[in-house]
Design a protein around this ligand. Structure first.
Ligand SMILES: Cc1cc2nc3c(=O)[nH]c(=O)nc-3n(C[C@H](O)[C@H](O)[C@H](O)COP(=O)(O)O)c2cc1C
Length: 438
């Protein structure tokens, strides 16, 4: 029998990313309510997903054309609700699903983060993760009183120290420190609760945490970052790493690299689950799936500007300043933002395409490779995992609705379960235990 693999969902922000798309109900009126996210989370839990990761950024972008227009007009990248608040609500309506809010290491003091995440781990009975991001936009930095972001590799240095401080805070209540013995008159044993006295280059925190111990001891750490420095960071700290790769050899090379780094840090590589982003199109028949791919390609053509605006957002390069119907001069493009995104852009554009063609190609690349009936998509996912070696997939779509989620959770997942590739029920109560179950 083939090895089992893990499933998760990467949700673009907590609110209405799919506004204006079919089958999204009255999302334009309901986006403030948590109902859509809660319904999606419950579907994922029914399907045995390991986790729901809620992406975040904390600014309204104006990187494309120097204007907020495209982003606000399309409801892309904003509004964004605070993912820790949304996580609290989701935790009360689910029982086994892992919940992973995104919080950056550039603005929130470690104590504030550790207390919020620690509280969430308690409220969810040990199901909280933390997607550690360094931040990449000057606009986000400016919302917290800084002139701009530190340089790319320096951000990872800061994040390394941040993780040390946060982990010390999570560990400041030893296991067994809460005695709960009314007869002896002791709630907690002060000899097992410790100051952390972290004093580093970027942070200083005394501790201990005043919110008490975490059911999991520390949250599940999720991380995404494709640059060499980013991979090293993930291999050192993460329990699960998210990867955006285009081909099976690229997927395998990425996972092998993370595992090699992990071993060099003295970690068991099997303790890190690398999940690969996919956005499959599911149809009742192969023909229906092909038709829906055609519709998505038409939408990609119409949405070329939105796709480029999203590229601008994460690279801070203003693609709105270029002619859409000409090839773009690539030699001068540099970023202090997402390096891997720019590399992929350059690879696609380098083949002589116009900017509009690049946008369409980028938008459809992930989709068209994986389309079909639940059974045929399940078979291809199995083949991919067999070649890559593990550890699972992370679904991600701009077309998020109860319908698209159900196509995965109630269409594709049963086909994967029938093949013995994914779980049919949770092995454990807590998030990390389920992640490490296979
Ligand atoms: C799948 C995926 C999800 C990400 N989610 C977020 C996010 O929610 N918020 C954020 O600020 N950055 C996010 N990032 C950005 C990464 O944390 C990282 O900053 C970026 O990939 C650049 O890293 P690199 O230069 O090491 O490639 C995400 C990246 C990927 C690939």
């Amino acid at each position: 029998m083939a090895d089992m693999f893990h499933l998760a969902w990467f949700l673009h922000g907590s609110s209405a990313v799919s506004w204006g798309r079919p089958f999204t109900g009255s999302i334009g009126r309901d986006w403030m309510s948590p109902d859509l996210v809660v319904d999606m989370a419950r579907s994922m839990e029914r399907a045995g997903f390991d986790y729901l990761l809620i992406e975040d950024s904390s600014y309204v972008p104006d990187a494309y054309g120097g204007s907020m227009d495209v982003y606000l007009r399309a409801g892309h990248s904003s509004p964004r609700q605070d993912p820790t608040v949304v996580s609290a609500l989701v935790s009360q309506r689910t029982e086994r699903l892992g919940i992973v809010p995104t919080i950056g290491t550039f603005a929130t003091p470690p104590y504030l983060l550790a207390r919020a995440i620690g509280t969430l781990d308690q409220l969810s009975n040990g199901r909280i993760g933390w997607n550690v991001v360094t931040g990449s936009s000057d606009r986000a930095a400016q919302n917290y009183g800084m002139p701009g972001m530190p340089e790319h590799d320096e951000r990872y240095e800061i994040a390394d120290e941040y993780l040390r401080a946060a982990m010390a805070l999570f560990g400041s209540w030893e296991p067994g420190s809460v005695v709960d013995d009314p007869a002896a008159g002791i709630f907690a044993d002060h000899t097992r609760v410790h100051r952390v006295d972290h004093r580093g280059e970027h942070f200083a925190v005394r501790g201990p945490l005043n919110s008490g111990p975490l059911p999991q001891g520390r949250p599940v750490i999720a991380q995404a970052g494709g640059s060499p420095r980013g991979r090293e960071f993930g291999a050192r700290h993460a329990d699960t790493v998210l990867c955006m790769a285009k081909t099976v050899p690229e997927m395998k090379a990425f996972r092998d690299d993370v595992r090699r780094h992990a071993a060099a840090f003295g970690r068991d590589p099997d303790d890190i689950k690398v999940l690969f982003i996919i956005d499959p199109v599911i149809g009742g028949t192969e023909e229906e799936a092909r038709e829906r791919v055609r519709q998505r390609e038409l939408a990609a053509l119409a949405d070329a500007e939105i796709t480029l605006a999203m590229q601008s957002k994460v690279t801070n390069i203003d693609f709105g300043a270029y002619d859409l119907d000409r090839p773009i001069e690539l030699s001068g493009l540099r970023t202090n933002g997402h390096q891997q995104v720019l590399e992929q852009f350059v690879a696609v554009a380098g083949e002589g395409r116009t900017l509009r063609e690049v946008a369409v190609e980028l938008a459809r690349a992930a989709t068209t490779r994986l389309a079909g009936t639940p059974d045929s998509v399940a078979a291809r996912m199995a083949e991919t995992m067999a070649e890559v070696g593990g550890d699972g997939f992370l679904f991600s779509s701009n077309d998020v609705s109860r319908r698209t989620v159900a196509e995965i959770t109630d269409g594709l997942v049963p086909a994967l379960q029938q093949r013995g590739l994914v779980r049919t029920g949770y092995e454990h109560a807590m998030f990390r235990d389920n992640l490490l179950a296979f």
